[in-house]
Design a protein. Structure first.
Length: 75
């Protein structure tokens, strides 16, 4: 059932996208690129990557605590 809904959504998106042409897509792409280049957005991305890295390191440490010494997980 979920697969059917996904395929229907994909088909509807394709038809609507085809009728609109490439213009709206290119406009959205331009907006995303210009937003991504703003200094505050770049700072937020760097901070988010740091937080994600810290979280992964913490999870790996917890997994390594649970595994025998021969089964260490590396990052």
């Amino acid at each position: 059932m979920k697969k059917m809904a996904f395929l229907m959504g994909l088909g509807i998106g394709f038809v609507l996208g085809s009728k609109a042409g490439r213009g709206p897509y290119e406009e959205l792409e331009h907006k995303v690129r210009s937003l991504r280049q703003r200094p505050e957005v770049e700072d937020a991305v760097v901070r988010a990557k740091g937080v994600a890295n810290d979280q992964v390191t913490g999870v790996v440490d917890k997994v390594n605590e649970k595994l025998p010494s021969t089964g260490q997980v590396a990052v």
